[in-house]
Design a protein around this ligand. Structure first.
Ligand code: ATP
Ligand code: MG
Length: 386
């Protein structure tokens, strides 16, 4: 029988949390494949997906590759764990003049032949049927793997496909991603979800300075990361009043810093309202003026009760772009619509802002009223791919 054999990674490390992690992972796998016909079973150290429509196999593999907590998977043939049944499969394999290696792994030590001996024997069978093939233990072109498990079955496969790794979605709680239309924040959402955190997203727009298309772009980005992050509640808030007020009353140099401080305050309020446990941004150290150590100190200072996670903090732009391409957000991110931060962009933003100066600038405006106004206009879009 054709099956997909799944391996999970870091779960091994989690001691008594293991059950919670495993159950969450299994639920996530089942949710991901909802709509397909399939059976799911588990045996120590492996999960098995079977009984699916073979013409959907590629699609199922693609879905499983998006599930955090899975380490790798293989298309496999499942047979009874008997010498004869396994030999029969070895007997059928056609590998032409390729080099090959047989690798036998016995989780079930009651299997009557040792791994080494059985590998040698199977290698002999393959050589008999493929006289031009040759054994290469170091760099084989084909790996004939036999995985004998404790459920009385053996799984035979020749390829191992890498999955995402990470921790099962939902085991880390739920946070709020500050999602702009740029390259970095969607990647930050993906990376944080890889550590098991589900997300809501918060986007600030500056309509009518920014177009409706800028908002559509952010909705597209949220849809594009949701196969990894799960369903997203996208909170959309107008930042126009804030920007106009800062522009009229405060130092131009401090504009971005003050905007960031207000964004963070709004974000923390939204977290409070919807029980979200962290704020996540796409900031990367040194990338622009507002992403220095001093800038992050003064923007972080307004957040009193929650951690701020910045998963891209130590990544080069190139690395971020590479991930954006892998997860499929890059092409949307580079669409040329104005972001709210670029609307009133100062010519020389301050690189090392001080808290004292921020407070002096904020004394010129009514910060609380601005925050409240942002919250009043909140719109929520549910991003749910199913
Ligand atoms: P990105 O590529 O994510 O836009 P960036 O390199 O353009 O990042 P900034 O514009 O300085 O950097 O923004 C830093 C972070 O602040 C973003 O990664 C995002 O988390 C948040 N942010 C910026 N603009 C917005 C916005 N309009 N709405 C929500 N969050 C935003
Ligand atoms: Mg940006």
């Amino acid at each position: 029988m054709r099956v997909i054999l799944l391996r999970f990674g870091e779960l091994y490390l989690k001691g008594h949390n293991r059950n919670i992690f495993e159950n969450t992972l299994i639920n996530n796998i089942k949710k991901k494949l909802a709509g397909e016909k399939f059976s799911f079973s588990k045996t120590y150290g492996r999960y098995i997906v079977s009984g699916y429509d073979e013409k959907n196999e590629d699609k199922i593999l693609e879905c499983l590759q998006q599930v955090f907590g899975l380490y790798s998977l293989s298309r496999a043939i499942e047979v009874e764990a008997t010498v004869e049944a396994i030999e029969n499969i070895a007997d059928e394999i056609v590998i032409g003049d390729s080099s090959f290696k047989v690798y036998v792994k016995r989780a079930d030590k009651k299997f009557p032949i040792s791994s080494m001996e059985f590998a040698k024997e199977l290698g002999g069978i393959i050589l008999d049927n493929n006289p031009n093939a040759r054994v290469d233990l170091y760099k084989p072109e084909v790996e004939f793997n036999v995985d004998i498990r404790l459920n009385g079955k053996a799984y035979i496969y020749t390829e191992t496909i890498k999955c995402q790794g990470g921790l099962p979605l939902g085991t880390g709680g739920r946070g709020l991603l500050l999602l702009s239309g740029g390259i970095d924040s969607p990647v930050a959402g993906y990376l944080i979800s890889k550590r098991g955190i589900e997300i809501d997203a918060l986007h600030f727009h500056s309509h009518p300075y920014t177009s409706e298309l800028a908002k559509e772009k952010v909705i597209s980005l949220a849809k594009e990361i949701s196969p990894y992050t799960g369903d997203i509640n996208l909170h959309i808030v107008s930042f126009t009043k804030v920007q106009e007020c800062l522009h009229m009353n405060c130092s131009e140099q401090y504009m971005i810093t003050l905007m960031r401080r207000i964004m963070m305050r709004v974000a923390e309020k939204i977290c409070e309202k919807y029980s979200l446990g962290a704020i996540i941004t796409g900031e990367s150290l040194g990338q622009v003026a507002s992403q220095t150590m001093q800038s992050m100190t003064v923007t972080g200072e307004v957040v009193k009760k929650l951690p701020i996670f910045r998963p891209c903090i130590a990544l080069d732009k190139e690395d971020i772009i590479k991930i954006a391409n892998e997860i499929g957000t890059y092409n949307t991110s580079i669409l040329p619509y104005e972001d709210c931060c670029t609307v009133f962009l100062p010519k020389n933003p301050v690189i090392k802002p001080t808290l004292e100066r921020c407070l002096r600038e904020e004394n010129k405006i009514n910060v609380e009223a601005l925050v409240e106004e942002c919250l009043l206009g909140e719109e929520i879009i549910k991003i749910n791919l199913k």
